[in-house]
Design a protein around this ligand. Structure first.
Ligand SMILES: C[S@@+](CC[C@H](N)C(=O)[O-])C[C@H]1O[C@@H](n2cnc3c(N)ncnc32)[C@H](O)[C@@H]1O
Length: 265
């Protein structure tokens, strides 16, 4: 096995990363430094119809969208669906452990499906999108989100340069995971299954004022690095060293972060 190689789609490592909510929370928390501020749950509410009815939030994670939808639409039934039981542990019922590629719901049985920042983890994206279409009633809405294919290159470059200093490690990037379903290829998958696909893009820059949250972010991705603990510790040390150099000359470490939402009908 290559020491520092970043795995593109590896179900075992993905599920290890999402065995509980800690890693995702560490990543999400860095976006408190995003400018302009962006509240993805609010945009989701704006893009969904008012009469929500029965909703599946697939790949719900720790349930931030499900919670907001339930609060805004107490009359709706919002089911949080995730492959990882540990992610759902803190999500109030109704919640269900299931795979996006085989959703245990009948044809045409739900009014809306959400798949927020999750399709890049699914091996067979086309199959999952076909499942979303199958369970939606005619006229139902699918809301999908992902990253822009140009996102976070500054951060991934930093990781790559650190990986390159660790003997035998291979320089690869976190971009490989998101590239499986990002703004470059998402429309193709979605337009195959839906008549109408509208894109809503929110560009931003994350300007982080200290190294700590960036190191937390790197550590949160540990399971995606196919290397031993010593090699990973060496990668972290090298990133820390480079960040110390960076902050000696700059007030912030900046990286691009664009959210793209797709409303499909
Ligand atoms: C980046 S998190 C996004 C969580 C949430 N949608 C959000 O935006 O906060 C990806 C989630 O997808 C889940 N996931 C990964 N593969 C899945 C699959 N095949 N079926 C269902 N959920 C999956 C993970 O367990 C994780 O909770």
């Amino acid at each position: 096995m290559l020491k520092g190689h970043w795995m593109a789609v590896d179900v075992e490592r993905t599920m290890d990363n999402y065995r509980d909510a800690g890693n995702l929370r560490a990543r999400v928390s860095v976006y408190r430094y995003r400018e302009p501020r962006f509240d993805p749950e609010t945009l989701a509410l704006e893009l969904l119809p008012d009469d929500l009815g029965y909703v599946l939030d697939v790949g719900a994670g720790y349930g931030r969208y499900a919670r907001r939808l339930r609060a805004a639409h107490p009359e709706a039934v919002v089911v949080a669906v995730d492959k990882s039981p540990g992610m759902l542990a803190e999500v109030p019922e109704p919640a269900m452990v299931a795979d996006a590629q085989a959703i245990p719901y009948p044809d045409g049985s739900v009014d809306a499906v959400l798949a927020m920042h999750m399709l890049y983890h699914v091996p067979d994206v086309a199959k999952a999108v076909a499942e979303f279409r199958r369970v939606l009633r005619p006229g139902g809405t699918l809301l999908v989100s992902t990253n822009a294919h140009t996102d976070m290159t500054e951060l991934y470059d930093l990781w790559d340069r650190a990986v390159a200093t660790v003997p035998d490690a291979v320089g690869s990037t976190g971009a490989a995971t998101v590239a499986h379903f990002d703004s470059a290829n998402a429309p193709g998958y979605l337009e195959t299954a839906f008549d109408s696909v509208e894109a809503f893009e929110r560009r931003g820059v994350v300007a982080v004022p200290e190294a700590g949250p960036l190191i937390d972010y790197l550590r949160s991705a540990r399971s995606f690095f196919a290397c031993g603990d010593d090699a990973f510790a060496a990668i972290v040390s090298e990133v820390e060293r480079r960040l110390a150099e960076h902050f000696a000359a700059h007030e912030t470490f900046d990286f691009q972060k664009t959210a793209v939402f797709y409303r499909c009908r």
